[in-house]
Design a protein around this ligand. Structure first.
Ligand code: GLC
Length: 663
């Protein structure tokens, strides 16, 4: 049962499709206080959820603030990332899930101020709170996910490997890259196009000099079974004559400042206006612009800078220039320079800027900070709704950086600008189940790390985790060491791991589709499966992926393997490249498992099957091919395989599930 409580006058977020009637009973579990709500935890309570946030699977011991932020330094002390996922579950003494539906800033102090207390507080006290407290942990998640609606499902080619870089600057560079992969038989399905494909960073344009005959180029790549996936940024460049800018001005579709003038913010293109993503008309208009690229053959997009990121606001930069002018006219004093420096470095994503522009939301003027966490969500909704109209017969790849629960219906997310750090490999693993709880299934991190220089072993180990992530993309920042697979010596090891991804696809796709269509988890923490096992409940570096397999990736440099905990008897499958080189049944317990850099070890649960394809170099290669079955099963054990054409929007479960019986 789901109960809905209301506090104050919440602003609509559209996170929930059908709202249950308001409950008039006393609010359960949490005590209402001046600042918000508190809950007294028992020692054994574990707190799950909060989607894209730092730290552990168990969120205890830190404070998390939902405030979509463009911060590329995901260090331990941070409190906010790009998403606002206000759902958590307490499991231990009592067991319940809570969703705080509020579009502004909200803070979750999970045993930070007081070790055994949860404090939820928000600036505006207006929110709807949903309480779910029946059934197992999985059932709580399923009830919540039913409430928020079915998760986004991409086309099947989007489960292939994607290569990205900020930026491939010309069509020739991309052709070269594609040739390199294909010549070396390294599987690939996507090449991502970062901001430099555009003409002066203007959304929906393509630089004709660097990418001449773009439609032909896109088609050429498709012939090689490679989809090009361009980035779309939230800010629209202020430039006379640029159609998107002119239309936005003419129709009043941009966010306005206090005086009713278009708000100016600096992002990659320089001065920009933000389309008012909360205004339904503006959303329709912006979404329809994706057609410009669809018409040129594009079938996938990634939406970026949609927190929205602000490097500086027009007004703030004017003040800086005034300050420089003043300093220049008088005898120089030390303090002036420190002031100036502070003023410039504090400009990015400044709360003052977020308080100085407005939306036209459902006919009302509303200040941005009140609905801040809905911006990226509604940009992706603009795209998602338009794509459904423009390409009704096909699924389109779409994912975003900023998000709020509700956006999971329109697109996936990638977890933003991580770094080439071993700790971020582990963070990638920990975030995955939390994201699933909040409806985000098509997700992944920048494999190898976005910022800073990667190393060959980090990339190999990260890909060995990435093979299990629905969105499998290697992306790296401008100025960092080249991170394409072909940039390293161990081509065979890389090829082997990527080939394993393609062998695993029938299983991974089936598990993803079942999770999406049945509102279940794709990646589960051990506490969801072995709740009575004290050790299992506290495992933070192993996961169940789908129903059959458990993973325990290596996340330390120079490690020759790692300790693994088996909460029950399992079968170890060692893959050297994409071939099984060892099968061993192991009893419950702790083991040191050796894993070489070219290997991936998978543990099969008892009573389960693992269907593998024979492999291929793109998703199209594996469709409809014979399967090899690995198993830790007895005659009569079954597996539900999901198969469809991978493209159309016809994804009914019953029509596409085939039961495989062992023995
Ligand atoms: C942002 C994105 C990153 C992208 C860069 C340039 O930092 O998060 O993925 O490469 O912008 O567009």
């Amino acid at each position: 049962m789901i109960r809905r409580y209301q506090f104050g006058e919440p602003i609509e977020t559209d996170a929930i499709l059908e709202k249950p009637e308001l409950c008039k009973d006393a609010f359960p579990y949490m005590k209402q206080t001046e600042a918000g709500f508190t809950y007294e935890m028992t020692e054994e309570d574990i707190v799950y959820g909060l989607g894209e946030s730092l730290r552990g699977i168990n969120k205890r011991g830190w404070i998390y603030i939902s405030n979509c932020t463009d911060d590329p330094h995901h260090t331990e002390e941070k409190r906010s990332l790009y998403g606002a996922h206000n759902f958590f579950i307490v499991s231990g003494g009592e067991q319940f899930g809570l969703f705080f539906d509020t579009p502004g800033k909200i803070s979750f102090d999970i045993g930070y101020t007081h070790r055994n207390q949860i404090q939820v507080s928000m600036e505006d006290k207006d929110c709807d709170v949903y309480v779910i407290d029946q059934g197992s942990l999985e059932e709580i998640v399923t009830s919540f996910r039913q409430l928020i609606g079915r998760s986004y499902i991409p086309p099947m080619w989007a489960f292939g490997y994607g290569q990205s870089r900020w930026s491939y600057g010309t069509a020739n560079e991309i052709r070269e890259l594609a040739k390199n992969y294909r010549d070396n038989h390294i599987p690939i399905d996507m090449i991502y196009m970062d901001i430099d494909y555009m003409e002066r960073y203007k959304d929906f344009t393509v630089d004709q000099e660097k990418f001449p005959n773009f439609p032909e180029f896109v088609e050429d790549m498709k012939q090689q079974k490679i989809q090009l996936v361009p980035i779309i940024d939230a800010g629209v460049k202020v430039e006379k004559g640029y159609d998107v800018y002119e239309e936005g001005i003419k129709n009043g579709y941009f966010c306005k400042d206090e005086e009713g003038k278009e708000f100016v913010a600096g992002v990659w293109p320089g001065d920009c206006h933000f389309p008012d993503m909360l205004n339904a008309d503006a959303r329709r208009w912006f979404g329809n612009h994706y057609e410009t690229l669809l018409k040129q053959g594009i079938e996938g997009f990634w939406n970026d800078m949609n927190e929205p990121a602000i490097f500086y606001s027009g007004k703030a930069i004017e003040k800086v220039f005034e300050q420089i002018d003043q300093i220049a006219r008088k005898p120089h004093e030390m303090g002036d320079f420190y002031d100036l420096r502070g003023n410039i470095s504090d400009r990015a994503n400044n709360p003052e800027d977020y308080r100085s522009f407005y939306h036209n939301y459902r006919g009302k003027k509303i200040r941005h900070d009140k609905v801040h966490n809905l911006f990226g969500y509604n940009m992706t909704r603009a795209a998602g709704e338009a794509l459904e109209q423009l390409v009704p017969q096909k699924r389109t790849l779409l994912f975003s950086r900023a998000s709020y629960i509700g956006m999971h219906r329109y697109g996936g997310i990638w977890t933003g600008d991580n770094k080439s750090w071993w700790s971020h490999l582990l963070l990638n693993l920990k975030m995955m189940p939390s994201l699933n709880m909040c409806g985000f299934l098509y997700t992944g991190a920048d494999l190898g790390g976005f910022g800073e220089d990667t190393t060959e072993d980090l990339l190999l180990r990260w890909l060995a985790l990435g093979v299990f992530m629905p969105l499998m993309r290697n992306h790296s920042a401008l100025g960092t060491r080249r991170q394409e697979i072909t940039a390293f010596d161990s081509t065979d090891a890389f090829r082997g791991i990527l080939k394993l991804r393609y062998r695993l696809l029938p299983y991974l796709y089936s598990e993803f589709m079942k999770a999406a269509l049945k509102n279940t988890m794709y990646a589960r923490p051990f506490g969801f499966v072995w709740q009575q096992d004290e050790i299992a409940r506290h495992v933070e570096d192993q996961l169940m992926i789908g129903e059959s397999i458990m993973i325990a990736p290596v996340y330390e440099q120079n490690a020759i393997g790692r300790m693994v905990y088996l909460p029950e008897e399992m079968k170890l499958l060692r893959f050297t490249g994409d071939q099984v080189t060892e099968e061993q049944t192991m009893q419950k317990g702790h083991y040191f498992i050796r894993v070489a850099l070219n290997e991936v070890v998978i543990f099969l649960r008892k009573g389960h099957l693992l269907p593998l394809s024979t492999g291929g170099e793109c998703v199209a290669d594996i469709l409809g091919k014979d399967l090899t079955l690995y198993q830790f099963a007895q005659a009569g054990d079954t597996y539900e395989l999901y198969e469809d054409d991978g493209v159309t929007r016809n994804m009914e479960l019953e029509e596409h599930v085939r039961t495989i019986v062992w023995g």
